[in-house]
Structure formats: C-alpha cells, structure tokens
Design a protein around this ligand. Structure first.
Ligand code: ZN
Ligand code: ZN
Length: 339
C-alpha cells in the first residue's frame, strides 16, 4: 500500500504520463470546469431525442420534497429525534456502504471478491433499499460506463454537463436500459440467478424499497409508543420515515451520483487512464471509499479503491474484515500493490 509500490510504472502508470490527447494536454485537475464542459461531449445516441423518464423523475422529486420538509423549522422540531438522526447515519453505512458500494459495485459489477450466495443476495437486498434501481440494471449501467468512460456512449459522463453526469441521465429514457432484454447482454452472469431475474419483473426491486421503508416506520411507531404512548408513536414513526428513510436515501443517492459527476471532474490522478476520472477525497469520505475513482478506473476489479496508504477506503476495511472471518474469498488486490 506504500507509495514505493508505485515506482514500477509497468504496473502502474503515474500521472506524469501525458494526458490523453483526446481530452487535453494537461491533467484534469488543471482544467477548469467550464473548459471541460465546453468540450461538449454529445449526449449518448441511445437517449436521443431526450425523453423524460417520468417514473424516476416523480419518485426522486417526491423523496427530495420529503427531505426538505424535515428542515422546515416547525416540522424540524416536531420530526427531529436523535434516534432518527442516528438511524440516518447508521443507515448510510448499512444500506449505502454494504448495499451499494460493497454489494452492487465491488461484488456484483466487478467481482472483486467471492462470497456465499446468501451473503451476495443479502448485500443486494440492502442495495435495493437506496432507490438506485434493480441490481441487474445498476450493474448494466455501470459496466457500460466502464466500457465507454467519458466517450459519447458513456451513459453518464459529466463531460456532457455536470447536471447530466450527476442526475440528468437518471431521469431520461435510455434505449438500452428501458427493457431487461436490451441490457441482458451486459449482465448475463447475474440473470442466470433466478433471484436477480425475478427482481427485474414488474419492478419487484421497488417493492423491497417500499417494504424496508414501511418496516422502519413501523419500528419507529413501536419505539415511540413504548417511550411515550400514542402521540410519541406518531412522532417517532414520522421521524424515522423522514430521517432514517428519506434523508438517508437522498444522501446515499447524491453520494453515488457524485462519484459519476465530481469524481470525473475534480481531484488528482494517480493513473493516466483514457477517461477523466479523478481521486476526490471529499467524495471518498462521503461514499466510503468510492471517490478514489481514478484508481478504480485504472484497476476496476480491485476490491480496494484506495491504492496509497493515506487513501482511506472504509469499504475495503469491511471487505478485509469479512475475509478475515472467512465470509469472503478470492479478494482481488490492486495490481499496484504487487501481489
Ligand atoms: Zn467512472
Ligand atoms: Zn466500477
């Protein structure tokens, strides 16, 4: 993990290498945003002509409205309980880190380690509780992103515009991702498992999200009732629904979206990859290590995204822990570590 490991440039091309001519002559962290954006990468052909994906637009708007309600002064004082805030933070780790970062991304998309089927399915269920699509569709989008990073066919390059890379792509129809049969070639490995196939039917994954929201709200009602009777039951139920579900879900969503937008625009680069990916410490802190995104594009299968000793990657610590207790195996280390 030490910096000396990067001395072998046959293993790891450091950023002293020339920046790809197609992007510009200097490293990305020296290019102002406007200049990057003005290069005007065209929208993917598959989204043209642009059509709003109303189901996604409405659901995402609603959950942001619920989140905003939490910060209106009167509702804030009424809805706020420390338990709601604690659960929101805890949920960011349980659902965001275990579900999306470790489950959807490092396991299902990149196969950075192997684990028992029950554990893989559990991580996938936690992933579905973040309103980020079915496992198969999420993985298909992300594999396409890696195949065409920051080229026209990339489904969410911020070189089109920051907003497109962040959230615009989520709320527009994409001809490949509109039906499972269209994106099945990207996720044949997942769809061989009946568990993932069933989740594709009738947006079954969305029922998992709704079920977890109902369960958390009901648990809040129970705790509130025990704490102070019927009026507290209502207050705790509302508080947990808003903080532990809506606020946490929106935070995890923007974390994932920031990897696609900010970590392709701002930060430093260890590797001269052919895309604009960067290592962004702020995104890395907020997404449990996903912000070391230039490292990840250089070595996608590695289960650790932090390559240097100070590139803290909390998701990697969890994977190491699971490996130490024998729950995960065949953990892929970064090539730069030399083993
Ligand atoms: Zn990327
Ligand atoms: Zn990836």
């Amino acid at each position: 993990m030490a910096e000396s490991l990067f001395k072998d440039e046959s293993e790891a091309q450091l950023s002293s290498d020339p920046w790809p001519a197609s992007i510009g002559a200097t490293p990305v962290d020296a290019i102002p945003v406007a200049q990057v954006s003005s290069q005007g990468l065209p929208l993917p052909i598959e989204v043209q002509p642009l059509k709003i994906l109303w189901s996604a637009a409405i659901v995402l708007t609603l959950i942001h409205i619920v989140l905003l309600l939490a910060f209106v002064p009167w509702t804030f004082t009424w809805l706020f309980t420390w338990s709601g805030l604690v659960l929101a933070i805890l949920g960011h780790f349980v659902f965001g880190m275990l579900g999306v970062t470790i489950g959807y991304h490092r396991l299902l998309t990149h196969r950075g380690f192997t684990c028992p089927t029950w554990l893989g399915h559990t991580l996938a269920v936690l992933g579905m509780c973040n309103l980020q699509d079915s496992p198969a569709r999420w993985v298909a989008v992300h594999r396409m992103h890696h195949r065409h990073s920051d080229q026209q066919a990339d489904p969410h390059s911020p070189l089109v515009s920051f907003m497109w890379g962040h959230v615009g792509w989520v709320v527009h129809r994409h001809k490949v991702f509109d039906r499972t049969i269209h994106y099945a070639p990207y996720v044949g490995d997942l769809l061989r498992d009946p568990f993932y196939r069933r989740l594709e039917r009738h947006d079954a994954w969305l029922l998992v999200f709704i079920a977890h929201a109902v369960l958390i709200t009901a648990a809040g009602a129970l705790v509130g009732y025990i704490a102070g009777g019927a009026s507290e039951a209502l207050r705790y139920a509302a508080s947990w629904a808003v903080w532990a579900v809506a606020v946490r879900t929106v935070l995890v969503l923007h974390g994932t979206w920031s990897v696609n937008s900010l970590a392709h625009m701002f930060g430093y680069r260890n590797y001269a990859t052919k895309d604009a990916s960067t290592n962004n410490w702020l995104v890395a802190l907020f997404t449990h290590g996903e912000g070391w995104h230039n490292n990840h594009h250089a070595d996608p299968q590695a289960a650790s995204h932090g390559h240097r000793s100070w590139e803290l990657d909390m998701s990697w610590w969890v994977i190491r822990l699971l490996e130490a207790v024998g729950l995960v195996k065949n953990v892929v280390r970064p090539k730069a570590w030399g083993s």
